[in-house]
Structures are given as structure tokens and as C-alpha cells.
Design a protein. Structure first.
Length: 160
């Protein structure tokens, strides 16, 4: 009888674990210093920034067209904006600080939508120096992407 009681106790504990479930793994997020709306430091970028400040959440194709080329970095996603709100979506899976204002970030990347879980992650290096952000994906060579400046901490979808 004692063995049966122990078996019931173990079964009850196992079922409780299944019912309750393990706590979810903490989400991997972008460092707070990187979060916000980033635009190129040129006339086009400044115009896009001004449009973004007037209307942080685009409502139509015209609004999206004004922010093409921007990078919107939230806690758990970075959106490299292209036409009509499409573009590349980077979902971080690993964030490793390499120094002050410098990170290696591994991400799942989706083009014009959610990332394909079967695709290998992309490794990027992000550097923040003197208020300018440089984003470089591993394997990129040749000319560097333009440096970006922070326009606003608000990104599309933020409340407030």
C-alpha cells in the first residue's frame, strides 16, 4: 500500500508540473540604448524623421513611404522598413555585449513577414558611437550601410 501511495504522489507531482508548466524562458531583447526610430543623417532621413514625429504609427501607404530606410527597434524586434511597411524583421535570439556601445546580435530574420524557423540565424554587429548607429550583418563587405541617428524613442505600435 505504501508503494501505491508513493506512486500516486509522484503521478500527482508530474501532472502538476504539466498543468502548471515550466516558466517561459525570458525573452531576448535589444539593449535599451538601441530602442527607437533610427533614420539616416541626410535630407531624406531628416524628412522621414519629421514625418515620423508627426505620426509615429503609419496609417497608409503614403505614411509608410516617408519612413522607408528607417530602422525601428523595439524590445523584441527590429524592423528595417521598406515600401508599404514591408522589409526585414529581426527577432533577436542572442545579444552579446562586445564593449561599450557595441553588440553582437544573433537574430531570426523574416523578409516581409515572420522569420522562417528553418532558416539559420543571422549574426549582426551593432555599434553606437557619438549618437550614431552602425548596423552590419556578418558577411557584409564593400560599402558600409549609412550611419543612423536616433529620431525618437517611439516606434510604430507604441501606446501613448
Amino acid at each position: 500500500m505504501r508503494r501505491l501511495g508513493l506512486a500516486w504522489l509522484l503521478l500527482a507531482c508530474a501532472l502538476a508540473d504539466v498543468a502548471i508548466g515550466a516558466p517561459p524562458a525570458p525573452a531576448v531583447v535589444y539593449p535599451p540604448e538601441l530602442r527607437g526610430a533610427w533614420f539616416t543623417d541626410d535630407a531624406e532621413g531628416r524628412a522621414g524623421c519629421a514625418a515620423h514625429r508627426r505620426r509615429p504609427t503609419p496609417r497608409n501607404e503614403h505614411d509608410w513611404g516617408r519612413i522607408v530606410g528607417a530602422i525601428m527597434i523595439g524590445g523584441d524586434v527590429a524592423h528595417h522598413v521598406s515600401d508599404y511597411g514591408e522589409g526585414a524583421f529581426y527577432i533577436p535570439t542572442s545579444v552579446v555585449p562586445l564593449g561599450a556601445g557595441w553588440w553582437r546580435i544573433e537574430s531570426r530574420v523574416g523578409i516581409d513577414g515572420e522569420p522562417d524557423p528553418q532558416e539559420p540565424p543571422t549574426v549582426s554587429e551593432l555599434r553606437l558611437e557619438q549618437g550614431r548607429l552602425q548596423w552590419r550583418d556578418a558577411g557584409e563587405s564593400g560599402h558600409a550601410r549609412p550611419r543612423l541617428v536616433l529620431c525618437s524613442r517611439r516606434i510604430p505600435g507604441d501606446a501613448g
